[in-house]
Each structure stands twice: as C-alpha cells, then as structure tokens.
Design a binder for this molecule. Structure first.
Ligand code: NAD
Length: 669
C-alpha cells in the first residue's frame, strides 16, 4: 500500500514535523477496492487497520486534508488521523452497509466518538453520503474551509506545530451518552422493521453500540461482526448486484470508434400511461420534449398526468416546486408531427398494435431529421419488422421502459438486427443521463424480463390448479424476498394485460399448456385494483389486498370442473417452482443470445421485478443453490405425476443450464 510507505518515510525523516494525508485528483479516498474483499490481497499486510494504527500511534501530528469524496475505508483512515481539515464541498460516507457488510477498520468505533452516537449510527446504518458543510462544528472536523483542502491543511499543520498542540486521538475519547440504551433499543426496533432479509443494518447497530465499551474491546467486536457479514450469503448477493449493474453498461464487440450522438431535444409519440411517464423522465433530466398525440383529449390527459407526476415528486421531497415547474415547462404538447424534425431522439409509445406502429414509423421516417434516433417502447412486437418499414433501420432501437416509467429504474435497450453501434451507445448514454439502469437485449417476444415473467406466472397459475391459494403463493414468494407476490403484482398491473397476451398465445402456440384459471377470473370482470377486485378484493380508495372467499369459490369450482384434486403444497415447492422457472428461461435467453450475460438478467430482475437484492438476482441465486441442485429439482418436478398435467415439457433444462450443471460450473464463472 503506497500510503503506508509514505507514512513510514515521513515518520522516519527527522526533518518532518507534521504529516498531511491527501488523495489524488482532489479526492481523499473512495475506500477499498471491493473486488479485493475477502481475497488474500485484502488481508496482505500492510492492510488498512495496520495503516490506521500506525497513523494514529504517530508521535508527529497527522492531518487529513479532505477534498471531494471521502468514503468507506478512506473515511476510516481519516478518522485515524489526529486532525481533519475538509473543504465544504467534500462529502463523507460509510456505505459498507449497502454491500451487506459494515466498516471494519474502526469506523464504527471512531465515528460515534467524532459525531455522537445518533448521527454516527444514522450514517452507518443508512450508508448515506453527508456533505462536510453540514457537519461544521462537529468534532469530526477541526476546520471546514471554503477553499482548497490541501492548502488549508498545510496551513493548519504549520500552526499546530508552532503552537505545539498535542495530537488528538479519537480512540481516547470516552463516549458519554446517558440515553444510549433507550436510543439503541429504539434504533433496533425501527431498523428491524425495515431490513427483513438484510442482516447488516442490525449488526451495524451492534457494532456502534460497542463504541460505548473501551476502544480495544469495541474494535474486537467490530471485527468479529465484519467477518461474519463478509461471509454471509446476503453480502455475496449484494456485492454481485453491485458489480452486475456496472457490468451491464459494457457491451462487448461494440466498435470502439462509435460515438454517442448528441441528444438535445426529444419527442415522445403517444401520451398514454407510458408516453406521459417517459416524457416526465426525459424532462426531469433537463431534456426539452415534444409530446405528440393523435387526439386533443388524449393529449390533455397525458399533460395532466405529467403534472401529477411532477407534483408527486415535490410531495415526496425529490425536487422543489420551482424545479418541478421547470420540468413541466420542458414538455411541449402537440398534435401531429410538425415539430418532430427538431428532435434528436423520438420515442414511440402508441398502442401495442403492429399496424399502428408501422404507420407511426413510416411517418417518422419521412419527418425526422437524418441521424435522429428512432426508438420504440414496444413490449412484444418485432422491432426488426418495424425497422424494415423505414429507410433507416440502423437508427432504430427499442427502449423498453417499465411502468411507471418516471419511477422504475430499469430500461431494456433492445438492439435490432440492424441497429448501429452509435445508436446503441447513444441509448445507453441517455439511460444514464435520465437515471436508468440499462440492460441490452436482442429482439424477441418479451425481451428478457417479460419473457421470463411469463414462465414464472405460468408456474404460479399451475400451483393454483394443484391446490395452492393466491395468498399462499404470494406469501411464499414474499417470504423468499420478492417485493410482491405474482398475484398481487397482477392485480396491480391489471389482470386483463396477461389475459390478452394469453389469448394470443393460445393461437400462436397451441402446443403450450396454460392453466385457464386466470381467464376464468378475467371473464368475471376481476381485472385487479382498477376494478376493485382481482385475485384479492380492495376497499374503495385502498390498495391493501384482502383475501376474497369469492375467489376461493371460483378456483374450487374450476378445479371440480376439470377433475383436479387439490393437495397441500409447501412453501419450498412454491418458491422453487416459480424461481427455477425464471432461471431456466434465463438460461434459454443466454443460449439464444438474447441476453449478453447472466448478470444482466440479474440486473433486470433486481431493478424491474422486485427480486430481493440480497439474493443477487435469479441467476446468482441459482449459482448459490448450485446448478446441479437446481437441475435435480427440475427433474423431480418433471417426474412428479401430480405436476405432469401442468406441462411435461416445462422442466426440460435449457441446454446451457444442463451443460453447466453437468460440468459443476455456475452462470457467473
Ligand atoms: P396507452 O393505451 O395508455 O397509450 C397509448 C397512447 O397512444 C394513447 O394515448 C393513444 O391515444 C396514443 N396513440 C395511438 N395511436 C397514435 C398515433 N398514431 N399517434 C399518436 N398517438 C397515438 O398504452 P401504454 O400502456 O402507454 O403503452 C404504450 C406502449 O408501451 C405499448 O407499445 C406497450 O406495449 C408499451 N409498454 C407498456 C407498458 C405498460 O405497463 N403499460 C410497459 C412497457 C411498455
């Protein structure tokens, strides 16, 4: 570690009276390289705790000059220094909790001694970034300056040397908090209520509580808790998720000379559910948007919905009223295509109907300027067919947003057969600009997310056929960690959407077996929350899903008619069948080259479908279970006569899954 050598040199040099630590490029340090966590490299000496101990023990005063970011291990090092000088624009954080661990180099012991128990605990449990300017006056900083941190720290060093001021060591501070026990109890209850499935936040509290003990004992407790967390499956899942999101932005094989096209003005065609959300999202990121509709009424409805979106953002404290007003003002409503010629990007979000879309794209082909990016938000239609209807298939791309488009992070960027690399790179860059997590997919019906979802829902419906109730299935998957079970999700999205897709499937793929139970529900008008009844019932104005005996009766009657003998189904079977259905379709997508990598599939499910982050995504979860075990369970399902009625072909492992399982490998090898 270069820092350790520098400190050693300064300590050994008799002419050095004080030491100032600073980072390159105006940063202090963004912390450890988390790729090295739990590797021999991370444990190799001199490691961070050794360096901090050397700094803290130094007889010469050591001053941290904090400019820019000071995070994680970087902040822990600064806390080991005797003095800290920060620029007001610097920001500090101990974000380890987000990766399922805790600061393991004394951070949980020194920060409470510098900020007080409550403020330190809040920072450590949330991992939030705090601007230095907000901490003026706290013992953490000896000075917060408006100018350059290094210059100020050097001046400070000269002053304390001249004054002969003794070194201050946070480890020597005795934390006096008369109400600590009551506060910690309150913190434990509050945090436990919101961190189900995540062990790190509660362990952070235990570590911070240990700061009330003598320093050495606290450090020992912190280390023990750190090691426990580092080896936990939850932390592995969270670290996988972290890297998976970064990896998704990299597209192998893209021409390195491909440059993103500048996007200064956008247009959205269709102001329905998706179009108004997409326009909100673009305008919130500062892009002027023309919103185009066929009819005035629809346009008015779209603009009203954008207004509601920006007002909701103010209510949630995301933006202030003035910023919301500016966002709204960036959207210019229009009937017809007159203003399209100025747009660098056009996103189509009209009805999901090939003829309607072809009509729109022919018009765009005539009107859009050369080089404009033409995107479709289609969920199921063949993008290549749409592209072929234009003279510029290289400029076409799919940008599949999720509903509500201004809230959901996920964006599937769909690369058509002829999409140019420059257009692909532009779409990825735009995604970043509007705060989305983009994942690249090739063209197929449903792309990555919805194609997998169809198999998951098919399995959930088979479970109803066989004896489970919607509540049981939802509860099992919610206990597994899904944000919402499939039946609650379906009630939220509208059961009629799945119904219309299934009706198409019955014609297109007559050989594929579907349970018809959901059709029966829809035939009785139970479309979900919007009709006050679906798989559950809803009180007017409330979203709480209440079990409904009428649904139980409907399911029971359906089973009787079809001669289905209900049986008790355990939670484990419910979870395995639904989740392995996702995994197998995911493997199929990899085989077909629709998804670039298994971790991209994980990102889709983590950011778009409420898959528990601490499990790392469906493919990582399968790796954790062991692909051999996944395939074994699938074979068991295939052989079970009580399931066979579902679809005997369902459990045939995708070639990639079978191969990896046989070789003892994982998706993420
Ligand atoms: P919607 O019915 O709410 O909105 C479609 C809008 O397009 C309507 O306002 C309609 O007036 C307008 N329109 C129709 N023809 C037009 C034309 N020629 N010119 C201009 N406007 C026209 O539908 P939606 O749910 O917003 O879906 C739009 C697209 O987004 C579809 O392709 C759909 O598959 C896709 N999508 C929907 C969701 C979702 O959850 N709703 C999610 C992802 C993608």
């Amino acid at each position: 570690m270069a820092a350790a050598q520098g400190v050693d040199r300064a300590l050994g040099d008799g002419s050095v009276r004080a030491i100032v630590l600073t980072g390159a490029h105006g940063l202090f340090s963004a912390g450890a390289d988390i790729r090295e966590f739990n590797t021999p490299k991370a444990r190799a000496e001199p490691n961070l705790p050794t360096l901090i101990a050397a700094v803290e023990a130094s007889q010469k005063p050591v001053i941290a000059a904090i400019g820019g970011t000071c995070m994680g291990g970087g902040l822990e090092l600064a806390l080991g220094c005797h003095f800290r000088v920060a620029t007001a624009g610097a920001s500090i954080a101990l974000p380890e909790v987000k990766l399922g661990i805790l600061p393991g180099a004394g951070g949980t012991q020194r920060l409470p001694r510098a900020l007080g128990l409550e403020a330190a605990l809040n920072m450590i449990v949330s991992g939030a970034t705090v601007p230095a300017a907000k901490l003026r006056g706290a013992a953490l900083f000896d000075e917060v300056v408006d100018g350059d941190a290094l210059a100020a720290a050097l001046a400070f060093a000269r002053r304390i040397v001249a004054e002969g001021r003794p070194a201050k060591r946070l480890r020597d501070v005795a934390l006096r908090e008369p109400n600590a026990e009551a506060f910690l109890q309150f913190a434990r209850t509050t945090v436990a209520a919101v961190s189900a499935g995540y062990p790190a936040p509660l362990k952070c509290i235990d570590a911070v509580a240990a700061a009330l003990k003598p320093f050495e004992e606290g450090v020992r407790i912190e280390r023990e808790l750190f090691v426990q967390l580092l080896e936990s499956p939850e932390s592995r899942g969270l670290r996988h998720a972290f890297f998976a999101e970064r990896a998704a932005a990299r597209i192998p094989g893209v021409d390195e000379n491909a440059r993103a096209r500048p996007i200064e003005r956008a247009a959205v065609i269709g102001a329905g559910t998706m179009g108004s959300g997409i326009a909100t999202s673009l305008a919130s990121a500062g892009l002027p948007v023309t919103l185009v509709e066929a009819k005035q009424e629809a346009l008015d409805r779209g603009m009203a919905s954008i207004r509601r979106n920006v007002e909701a953002a103010v209510k949630r404290g995301k933006v202030d009223a003035a910023a919301a007003e500016r966002t709204f003002a960036r959207v210019e409503p229009g009937l017809g295509y007159d203003d399209i010629a100025q747009a660098d990007l056009v996103i189509e979000a009209v009805f999901e109907d090939m003829d309607v879309k072809l009509g729109v794209f022919r018009e765009l082909d005539r009107r859009a300027k050369p080089g404009a990016i033409l995107a479709s938000n289609t969920s199921t239609l063949d993008l290549d067919r749409i592209a072929a209807a234009t003279q510029r298939p290289q400029d076409l791309i799919g940008m599949h947003f999720f509903s509500p488009a201004h809230v959901m992070k996920l964006l599937e960027v769909v690369r058509g057969a002829k999409t140019s690399d420059a257009v692909l790179v532009s779409a990825m860059q735009l995604a970043k600009r509007i705060g989305k997590t983009a994942v690249v997919a090739r063209v197929c019906d449903g792309f990555i997310g919805n194609r997998m979802l169809e198999q998951y829902v098919r399995q959930a419906l088979f479970l109803l056929d066989e004896g489970a109730s919607p509540q049981q299935v939802d509860r099992a998957l919610e206990r597994f960690g899904m944000a919402m079970g499939p039946f609650r999700v379906s009630d939220l999205a509208g059961n009629d959407i799945g119904w219309s897709i299934r009706k198409r499937r019955y014609v297109e793929k007559p050989g594929v077996v579907y349970s018809r139970i959901a059709d029966r529900l829809c035939e009785s008008g139970r479309f979900g929350q919007k009709t006050g009844a679906g798989w559950y019932r809803y009180e007017p104005g409330r979203r709480e899903a209440l079990p409904d005996p009428a649904v139980d009766a409907l399911i029971a009657e359906y089973r009787r008619e079809r001669g289905l003998e209900p049986r008790q189904i355990g939670e484990e079977e419910i979870v395995q069948r639904c989740v392995y259905a996702l995994v197998n379709e995911g493997a199929q997508l990899l085989d077909e080259g629709i998804a670039l990598r298994a971790s991209d599939i994980d990102v889709v499910y983590l950011t778009g479908y409420g898959f528990p982050r601490y499990r790392g995504g469906p493919m990582f979860h399968a790796d954790t279970v062991g692909l051999y075990n996944v395939v074994r369970a699938m074979r068991r399902f295939a052989a079970d006569p009580r399931l066979a009625r579902g679809d005997p072909g369902f459990w045939k492992p995708a070639p990639l899954l079978a191969k990896l399982a046989a070789e003892g490998k994982t998706f993420n090898d």
